[in-house]
Every structure is written in C-alpha cells, then in structure tokens.
Design a protein around this ligand. Structure first.
Ligand SMILES: [Cu+2]
Length: 294
C-alpha cells in the first residue's frame, strides 16, 4: 500500500503532535489541545503580567520605601486553593486517559508479537500460524549501506520516506483491537508510532502488552524510541493497516500462515471464507508491499 503524504509520518516544519488515527490518540490530543494548553497559556500570561507589574510598580525608584507586610490570609488562601483546584481539574481527564490506556484487549483480539533487536524489528503472528516477519530499514541512495542485502528506498512505487520505510512492514488489520505484545532480544528498545498514540518499551525477558487500534487502513511510521546502540536511529517502524479481508490474504501469502486454522490451500478450497486468495498476483502492490515479493 502506498502511504498518503503527510499521513502517519512527520512533515516538514511540523509542530506539536501528528494527526491521530486511533480513538485513544484523538482523546489524548483533545485533552492536550482543549485543557492542558489553554491552562498552561493562561498561567504563563498571568505570571508574566505579575512579573511586569512588580518590575514597573515596585522597583527602587518608583517605590523607595518598601512595604513591611509579611502576612495576608486572603491572598495565602487563594494562592493555595486555586492551584489545587486546577490540578484536580487536570487530574480527572489524565487519570481517565491512563485507565483507558491500561485496559487490556478483549479476549478474542488478535495477538501480534513485536521483538526489538539490534537493529531491526521482528513481528510474530502466533494467532495466524506463528510465522515471523523480519523488518529492516531500506538503504538510502548515496549514503553508506545500513543493511547489506536490503534494497534502496524509492525503488518500489509504494515506498514511503527514507529512514522510515522498511523492506517488510508490520501488517495489521484496521478497525479492530489488536493485542501487541512487545519484548526485546538483546537490549531495551521502545516501540513507538506517534500518529497512533502508541509507545511501549521493549525489554529483554519481559513482555509488555498494550492495545493497538488503527481506525482506518493506511501506512503509519514510527521509530525505536530508546537509545539502543550504534544503529538506534536506523530501526524504523512501518505499520500497514489493511481491511480484514486484505489482511487475511496477506497472512496466507506466508508459508505457514493460517486464518481460522486454515492455510492457503484449505482456504482456497472453501471459497466463501477468503474468496480472493488465489487471485493476488505476486507482483501486485498488495502482495509485494507486504513482503510477499521480497
Ligand atoms: Cu532500538
């Protein structure tokens, strides 16, 4: 699948967050835009105004005899209670967001296993026959080869930005909750996709789990976000969300890939389940973009 420019990736001169494509991301960005930023802005302007007032009105020249006041009960109550109220107001949506982020995936959700390695990602599909996909950053033309044997970025029509595009993407179904289980094989990495409000550490010997929900099909880019060694900056994440039927087709292009316990041949024998499985030419963008032609 060809990525849409500006969607799921950083843009030139971009400020603040990327546009969000998950329900949690939209909710979190709303809190940021409509609660946190306004409160921060008002407080900053208020403190700045107080500072300017003190500097102008109470400097040595304008106010030669300083006040001896050391106590004012009213002011002290106000400057204690008001910040407390502001913090409580912020706490409510914040704690709600944390609770939502910790909510486990529903029982029937698809499980995908992400493993961080020095310096690439592997994606395992235990619910679809337990095949594994190795994902390497594409080499950049004119620059030292990062992953020998991997092609250069821009040589296929569906390639996204350099330093973010990979040979085999993490393919997931769109529009359904996915249980992402994240770990690492060597050192600590961090799996992060900004436009999906997703970041979770990949720690050796430990499995971290979080729900991923991609609202619509598309390609979304991220990067390893924990300093993990020399090529930390060269292990991007390219996540391709497909409609369920296309995802099923993609699974069946892999040796050992199964949907509901059926492999490609069995699924073809039962055409109602996956009607288009035999009609995906190996060179089609669907098959190729998702690794089948690599
Ligand atoms: Cu890393």
């Amino acid at each position: 699948m060809k990525p849409t420019p500006g969607v799921g990736m950083p843009v030139d001169g971009g400020l603040t967050f990327q546009h969000q494509y998950s329900p949690l991301g939209e909710y979190a960005l709303k809190i940021y835009n409509w609660a946190l930023m306004p409160i921060i802005t008002v407080i900053c302007l208020f403190v700045l105004a107080l500072l300017i007032w003190v500097v102008v009105r109470y400097n040595h020249r304008a106010n030669p005899v300083a006040s001896k006041t050391s106590h004012n009960t009213t002011i002290e109550i106000v400057w204690t209670v008001l910040p407390v109220l502001i913090l409580v107001a912020i706490a409510f949506p914040s704690i709600d967001l944390i609770a939502k982020q910790y909510k486990p995936a529903p029982k029937e959700a698809l499980t995908i296993k992400v493993t961080g390695n020095q310096w690439f990602w592997t994606y395992g599909y235990p619910d679809n026959g337990d095949f594994e996909v190795v994902s390497m950053m594409l080499n950049v033309p004119g620059q030292p080869e990062v992953n020998p044997g991997t092609r250069e970025v821009g040589t296929k029509p569906w390639d996204g930005p350099s330093h973010l595009e990979v040979d085999n993407r993490l393919v997931v179904p769109a529009g359904e909750p996915i249980r992402l289980q994240i770990t690492a094989a060597d050192v600590i990495h961090s799996f992060a996709v900004p436009s999906l409000w997703f970041k979770l550490d990949a720690v050796p010997g430990r499995i971290n789990e979080k729900v991923l929900f991609v609202e619509k099909p598309g390609v979304y880019y991220g990067q390893c976000s924990e300093l993990c060694g020399a090529k930390h900056g060269f292990m991007p994440i390219a996540l391709e969300a497909l409609p369920r039927d296309k995802y099923d087709q993609w699974v069946l292009t892999h040796p050992g890939g199964v949907i509901d316990g059926k492999d490609a041949a069995e699924a073809a024998a039962a055409p109602a389940a996956t009607p288009a499985v035999a009609t995906v030419p190996v060179d089609s963008p669907l098959a190729a973009s998702t690794g089948a032609a690599e």
